[in-house]
Design a protein around this ligand. Structure first.
Ligand code: IMP
Ligand code: MG
Length: 199
């Protein structure tokens, strides 16, 4: 079993070889094929659930843009989209849950259905804040769609209506997610080698 996983992992790491960052990667946690399949399923589900409704996809920058680009092409009903960019107040090791809006959406969301598109739900603090914020603007509903979920890290109870893959408590990069601004362009969701943190 483990040797099979090791073989599969090695195969994927070979695929990653064209990336100069390949040496920084420990393992592939969620392959691009798995993501593709999950995104397809989510797209179908969203298309069914929102049929005949005015839907706006709100992507949380920067990490959510890869997921949004894939997801929207699996959605078969008309949708509008917008972007929001946020950052946590204070230092990054102690999340306060209060987020600063760096770029707000431009669309008027009153009487529309909002689906927040996020790369990963960790403590849940960012999304709780965003949900509260959007709810003050008179939408018909505010729901959440995330590519990845790390439930073991949750600090606040938050409902996630659409989720891709549940992952363990490991720091991941790729598929839009970064470490110090890098690795967003890796096609798979990967864990980093400890040497990257230690350097
Ligand atoms: P939280 O749910 O408010 O704690 O914040 C989640 C955000 O933190 C995610 O949208 C990511 O942008 C970032 N984040 C959390 N865990 C990771 C990770 O493992 N790798 C990269 N970014 C992460
Ligand atoms: Mg994010």
């Amino acid at each position: 079993m483990y040797s099979l996983i090791a073989t599969v992992s090695a195969k994927y790491l070979e695929i990653l070889e064209v990336f100069e960052m390949q040496g920084d990667i420990e393992e592939i946690l969620v392959s691009r094929e798995t993501m593709r399949q999950k995104v397809k399923e989510l797209g179908m589900q969203i298309s069914r659930d929102y049929e005949g409704k005015d839907l706006i996809l709100v992507c949380v920058l920067k990490g959510g843009f890869v997921f949004l680009a894939d997801l929207m092409r699996e959605i078969t009903i008309p949708v509008d989209m917008d972007f929001i960019s946020v950052s946590s107040y204070g230092n990054s090791t102690k999340t306060s849950g209060v987020v600063r809006i760096i770029k707000d959406i431009d669309i008027n969301v009153a009487n529309k259905h909002i689906l927040i598109v996020e790369d990963l739900v960790d403590t849940g603090l960012t999304l709780r804040h965003l949900k509260e914020l959007f709810n003050t603007r008179g939408p018909l509903s505010v729901k959440i769609c995330t590519a990845l979920d790390k439930p073991s890290r949750r600090k606040v109870d938050i409902e996630i209506e659409y989720k891709g893959v549940v992952i363990p408590d490991k720091f991941v990069v790729g598929y839009g997610l970064d470490y110090a601004g890098k690795y967003r362009n890796l096609p798979d969701v990967c864990t980093l080698s400890p040497k990257v943190y230690m350097d």
